[in-house]
Design a protein. Structure first.
Length: 171
C-alpha cells in the first residue's frame, strides 16, 4: 500500500464523507450488503453521525490524501453473554483504489483493535462468489463455517451468504 494512505477511526465529523462512500458501496454492490441504498439515502445525515458515535460500533476509514476510499466497521455485541464477540460489517474499497492494499490495511487495523479490546471471536458474512473478499478474510485468518442460501434478495434475485469466523482465544 502507498505510504500516503492513512487508516483511522471515523468520528461524527466524518459523517458526510462516510455517507457518500457508504451510499456508493450500497449502489455499486447491492448484493454485498444487507442495507439498502435508497433506505439509507432517505435517512438524515444525523443518523450517520450517530452511527459513527455509537459506543458499540467502530468504523475505520482508509484515506488517500483527504479522500475517503474505503471503510470497515466492527459491531460489538451488547448483551453480557455475547460481549466476547463482534461482527465485521460494511467492508468496502472504492474501485479506483482496489489492489493498492487499502482492504488489507482496513482489516488489519480492525483486527489489532479487536485484539487490544479483548474480543475473542469475530464473525462476518460475505456474498457467496465474492472471491476477492473471501481471500482477503481467509488471509486474515477467518474460516468458513457455513453458507446461508437465499440470505438476501436484491431485485428479486436471492443471494447466498458465506459465514466466516476468526477466534482469537480458545473457548
Amino acid at each position: 500500500m502507498s505510504p500516503d494512505v492513512l487508516v483511522r477511526r471515523l468520528t461524527q465529523a466524518d459523517a458526510s464523507a462516510y455517507r457518500a462512500v457508504r451510499l456508493r458501496a450500497l449502489r455499486e454492490h447491492p448484493e454485498a450488503f444487507t442495507s439498502d441504498a435508497d433506505e439509507e439515502a432517505s435517512q438524515p445525515l444525523d443518523v450517520m453521525a450517530q452511527r459513527l458515535g455509537h459506543p458499540e460500533r467502530k468504523v475505520w476509514g482508509a484515506f488517500a490524501a483527504d479522500a475517503l476510499m474505503g471503510t470497515i466497521g466492527l459491531d460489538r455485541e451488547h448483551r453480557v453473554k455475547n460481549r466476547h464477540k463482534a461482527t465485521v460489517v460494511g467492508m468496502y474499497v472504492a474501485t479506483e483504489y482496489a489492489g493498492k492494499g487499502a482492504g488489507r490495511a482496513l482489516i488489519n487495523t480492525l483486527l489489532a483493535d479487536a485484539r487490544a479490546t479483548g474480543l475473542e471471536l469475530l464473525v462476518l458474512t460475505v456474498t457467496e462468489g465474492n472471491l476477492s473478499a473471501i481471500r482477503l478474510y481467509e488471509h486474515a485468518g477467518f474460516k468458513t463455517f457455513g453458507v446461508e442460501p437465499g440470505a438476501i434478495k436484491v431485485a428479486g434475485r436471492a443471494w447466498a451468504k458465506t459465514h466466516m469466523y476468526l477466534q482469537f482465544k480458545t473457548p
